[in-house]
Design a protein around this ligand. Structure first.
Ligand SMILES: NC(=O)c1ccc[n+]([C@@H]2O[C@H](COP(=O)([O-])OP(=O)(O)OC[C@H]3O[C@@H](n4cnc5c(N)ncnc54)[C@H](O)[C@@H]3O)[C@@H](O)[C@H]2O)c1
Length: 354
């Protein structure tokens, strides 16, 4: 039995997570997998109502009682400070030490990419984004706040331990999954300290994986190459900020944010799975959000929990639904969020439980 904490969150989060859970419950009814779902209402709504974002003791409870967390998205115009989202999402990423943000970029159907004449095999790589430090560690401050002489400092923190473990994770993944190359993106030509550390550690780690090609690109050049020649990438490793930006570009070339999945992982520990997209307030409540990002996220979660075959079956069902144009409008189809989720569920072959 695997216990899943479900945190739908804000905006389109609840709508897309409902469809991911529908797929998982179908597998639970028809295949050899036992899942238990427990819902948590941590969201802008709760924050505005009760003043609670991430409740006290939440991290300890998640660690002690759950195998994985499935989240939607956090962000609501009624909370302009975004405080609840920061507390909940960054709180879990940092508090559970989920140092790997794993974001696959895979073209599931040639018609989805805005790039011309690309085959599905041309866009198939994974990004390892460092997830606990970098520019997202809230270090900095203001001097002379609100005056004409104001100074804002925003620190970008790289620790030797943090850099090494994400680079090792990228090479380990390459080794285990038959990938041939790991490419590091940085800006070490101008970020002389953090960049220098990343460079040194990358070279050291690469030496211990002689069968894997290791190369490096400046992040601005990578953004260009990702559009012009995405086929060159197998595994990309980068810091928190660059990884965030590169994976939105990655999402765009695989067909849009509505399709992109991600895992926030600490191997061997309770890990958090969420679609890459945010809460998309303009789409919320309309039943038009694409549930595929959330559904592929649930497939990543199953893979993490040891159910590789079921994960592949979900991906095949998604591929089939896209080929048949059984999709939401953003992918050119006519279906609602719920209908798109049902169409994918219907494609999962029933084998009869155990
Ligand atoms: N992980 C997260 O929880 C997360 C990530 C990014 C943004 N946010 C938050 O979400 C809110 C909105 O941010 P944003 O507009 O910059 O990004 P967003 O990802 O919510 O939406 C950007 C655009 O992408 C498209 N899109 C996103 N998801 C889609 C889906 N499932 N189906 C179809 N189209 C989809 C929509 O056109 C949308 O307008 C903000 O509050 C932001 O802070 C949260």
């Amino acid at each position: 039995m695997k216990r899943i904490a479900v945190i739908p969150g804000d905006g389109i989060g609840p709508e897309v997570v409902r469809e991911a859970v529908r797929v998982l419950k179908h597998l639970q009814d028809t295949k050899a997998v036992e899942l238990e779902f427990v819902d948590f209402d941590w969201s802008a709504e709760k924050f505005l109502r009760d003043g609670v974002s991430l409740p006290p003791g939440a991290l300890e409870m998640l660690t002690a009682e759950f195998d994985a967390i499935l989240a939607g998205a956090f962000g609501d115009p009624r909370v302009p400070s975004n405080k609840h989202a920061e507390d909940i999402l960054l709180g879990m990423r940092r508090g559970l030490d989920l140092y790997i943000n794993l974001r696959p970029v895979r073209l599931l159907n040639e018609r989805l990419t805005p790039l011309l004449n690309r085959k599905t095999s041309d866009i198939d790589f994974v990004v390892f984004r460092e997830n606990t430090e970098g520019a997202y560690c809230a270090a900095g401050g203001f001097l002379k706040h609100g005056t004409d002489d104001e100074i804002a400092l925003q620190e970008d923190v790289s620790t030797r331990r943090g850099v090494e473990r994400i680079i090792v994770a990228a090479f380990e993944y390459a080794r285990e999954n038959g990938r041939k190359r790991v490419t590091m993106a940085d800006k070490s030509n101008v970020q002389r300290f953090g960049g220098d550390l990343w460079q040194r550690v990358f070279k050291e780690v690469a030496k211990t994986y002689p069968e894997i090609e290791a190369n490096h690109q400046y992040v601005d050049a990578m953004a260009m190459h990702m559009v012009l020649d995405p086929a060159q990438y197998d595994v990309i490793v980068s810091n928190n900020l660059f990884g965030d930006i590169l994976t939105d570009l990655g999402a765009a070339i695989q067909g849009g944010l509505g399709l992109a999945a991600s895992g926030n992982i600490h191997p061997g520990k309770v890990s958090l799975f969420e679609p890459v997209h945010g809460s998309a307030p303009p789409l919320a409540g309309k039943g038009i959000a694409n549930p595929i990002g959330a559904i592929l996220t649930s497939a990543m979660m199953l893979e993490y929990l040891g159910f590789q075959t079921l994960s592949n079956e979900i991906e095949d069902a998604v591929r089939g639904a896209i080929s048949a144009n059984e999709t939401t409008r953003d992918l050119g189809g006519q279906l609602s969020t719920q209908q798109a989720g049902a169409a994918i569920t219907a494609r999962l072959v029933n084998t009869g439980k155990k």
